[in-house]
Design a binder for this molecule. Structure first.
Ligand code: AMP
Length: 600
């Protein structure tokens, strides 16, 4: 029941007292965005005043915006590499942060082929927790009765490593799920998951997914929302069900857990909940054996009110498939976050995906915005070489910016690489549409492949063709997400100099694998450990196809002088043109090399 309207929040009447507090906090932060930002910057600079980094730039204890902006450079991850390497190697002195670095968070963004390592400090967990605690109070404004059931969320931990100096390195969500904040969270009727902690925390992805699915099927009538972090993760769960429903039904029927689940704590926990239920097993078999899986989510979980998955940015490519499996259920994108920092939340989570805007919470870090002019100037470069950075409350509606952050953990004026467009304001806090991540050409899951990486991969793979006296004349790529998991498709036009010795199918398969070996570690982890990316495919197209591609672009207004072969295509007529000129298709025959240890 909604609390007294006398304490109703401007966002709407809160569902309970706890929500009222959270909504009031959002109001306070967004009303006083500039003052909060000023305080956050002063806190960070004071806290870190004696660090090596701030000392180097002679801040001399100053904590005001002007000194900060005039003395500290805007940087990228590459600029911080030496400091990060020292921390990773065990240097415990106050290099970036006065507080000890508690661990590294491994970003899905890469540097030289390996995940970026983001230093973090203990108190950041509280800040992340705080942002999480705001999500349900906002959702409760739009969807009622979420305390009457559970959420089926597919959540996973990934492998951890230790740096040479002994610090733990793992993805931010793994760090969060393993923290006491998550494991011993107090009971909240609005936030009950079907998945037990043991299933979420099981490091084996098959066992984890299997038991989470089993629990979701068992409690199918209680499930009010179905989610994963990203859309690709939820689709992977659907694919998992397609591949495993027969065995899952056996477990449900007999009450005996699949012997492939070997994790002792998981077996113990499942033994307590798994009871024979032949009727449910019959239902699962009946639904899953139907030829069409259209609407499977609402058929199996009929009380689902919405899907809780991020479908903004690169994940927008999955919207049609999610709609197919869910019968068009609303898709709530609730938050915007990264390993470096959690940024903000969507105050209108039930809106259409194309209208999603995230409100950056001014208490999370100090935020600046680098104007991003995406129109190339006459020399072909974008005009953002030395622009003036704008403060959070000063951004302008309709303009695009690159996000720059200064965090409590010690990142100073750090370019995140995300391009955001201002759509409006909530009080004095701006709201942003996520436009794209800079320099990302291909993405299936959390992998991000840029143009240079693709170029290098093509170069390495084309070595295989040498013995056939063949070279790659042109190439482009496409993220094929029609299958689950999706996969990279690389179109090649070849110059075969000796027709009697043209490359064999086997050689082209080896080219696929050679490309995969050359791609970054997040891609290779997706292939090997997470099974979130399918085998890379090379499609050889007829000679002259890329000339046709150019003709097509010119017919649509491109300039002949400035035409460049697009290294990634997603416009349907272009993909269709390429496919209509197909000579042969070849898939990677094996898995590339990957292990949790970094290569360097
Ligand atoms: P990571 O550092 O691996 O945690 O990745 C963080 C990046 O994921 C962000 O910088 C964004 O590029 C992307 N991301 C996170 N949340 C969203 C969102 N809600 N919508 C679109 N992209 C997102």
């Amino acid at each position: 029941m909604a609390v007294d309207s006398a304490i109703s929040s401007p966002l709407g009447p809160p569902a309970c007292e706890k929500d009222e507090k959270a909504l009031r906090f959002i109001e306070e932060m967004t009303r006083n965005a500039d003052a909060v930002q000023e305080r956050v910057l002063a806190d960070i600079l004071t806290q870190n005043s004696r660090t090596e980094y701030l000392t180097r730039f002679k801040l001399n204890g100053a904590a005001d915006r002007e000194s900060f902006k005039s003395k500290l450079p805007v940087i990228t991850y590459e600029d911080l590499q030496p400091e990060i390497q020292r921390i990773a190697n065990g240097d415990r002195s106050a290099i970036l942060s006065a507080h000890p670095i508690s661990e590294f968070l491994t970003s899905s963004g890469t540097s030289a082929g390996e995940r970026k390592l983001m230093p973090t400090i203990k108190q950041e967990l509280d800040r992340r927790q705080l942002l999480y605690s705001l999500l349900m109070p906002v959702m409760n404004l739009y969807v009622s009765g979420l305390d009457k059931g559970k959420g089926l969320y597919f959540l996973f931990v990934k492998s951890e490593t230790r740096t040479p100096g002994g610090l733990l390195a793992c993805p931010v969500l793994t760090s969060y799920y393993k923290s006491e904040h998550f494991k011993t969270r107090p009971y909240d009727p609005y936030n009950v998951y079907t998945s037990p902690n043991e299933a979420i925390l099981c490091p084996d992805s098959f066992q984890s997914m299997y038991t989470q699915m089993l629990c979701g099927l068992r409690g199918r009538h209680e499930v009010l929302r179905v989610g994963a972090v990203f859309a690709s993760g939820l689709l992977r769960a659907i694919r998992f069900l397609q591949l495993n429903w027969k065995q899952l039904s056996v477990d449900i029927e007999t009450g005996d857990l699949n012997p492939k689940i070997t994790d002792p704590s998981l077996r113990e926990c499942m033994a307590k909940v798994l009871k024979p239920n032949p009727e449910l097993a019959r239902f699962v078999r009946q639904e899953c054996s139907k030829e069409s899986w259209e609407g499977i989510i609402t058929r199996i979980w009929p009380n689902t009110k919405y899907l809780d998955v991020i479908v903004t940015g690169a994940m927008a490519q999955y919207i049609p498939t999610l709609d197919y499996y869910s019968g068009g259920l609303p898709k709530a994108c609730t938050m915007y976050a990264s390993s470096e920092c959690y940024f903000g939340l969507n105050l209108n989570p039930m809106c259409k995906p194309s209208e999603v805007s995230y409100t950056i919470m001014p208490n999370m870090a100090y935020f600046e915005f680098m104007p991003h002019d995406h129109e190339p100037n006459s020399s072909g470069f974008t005009r953002d070489s030395s622009p003036k950075l704008v403060d959070l409350v000063d951004v302008e509606v309709g303009k695009e910016y690159e996000l720059v952050i200064t965090t409590y953990a010690g990142l100073c004026r750090y370019r995140v690489g995300d391009i955001l467009r201002v759509t409006g304001f909530h009080n004095s806090a701006p709201q942003f549409h996520f436009v794209r991540r800079k320099n990302v050409l291909l993405s299936i899951d959390s992998d991000k492949t840029d143009e240079a990486e693709l170029q290098k991969a093509v170069e390495n793979a084309s070595q295989v063709l040498r013995e056939f006296n063949t070279s790659v004349v042109e190439y482009t790529s496409y993220a094929d997400t029609k299958t689950i998991p999706g996969h990279y498709v690389i179109y090649w036009e070849l110059l075969v100099k000796d027709a009697a010795n043209s490359p064999s199918d086997d050689a082209l398969k080896q080219c696929c694998l050679a490309m995969e070996e050359s791609l970054n570690s997040v891609y290779r982890q997706g292939r090997v450990a997470d099974n979130s990316i399918g085998p890379l495919e090379i499609r050889v197209v007829k000679n002259g196809t890329f000339e046709e591609l150019m003709d097509y672009a010119i017919s649509r207004g491109a300039s002949i002088n400035q035409y460049k072969v697009p290294r990634c295509v997603n416009f349907t007529p272009i993909v269709e043109l390429l496919d209509s000129r197909l000579v042969s298709a070849h898939f990677s025959p094996g898995l590339p090399h990957w292990n949790p240890e970094r290569r360097r």
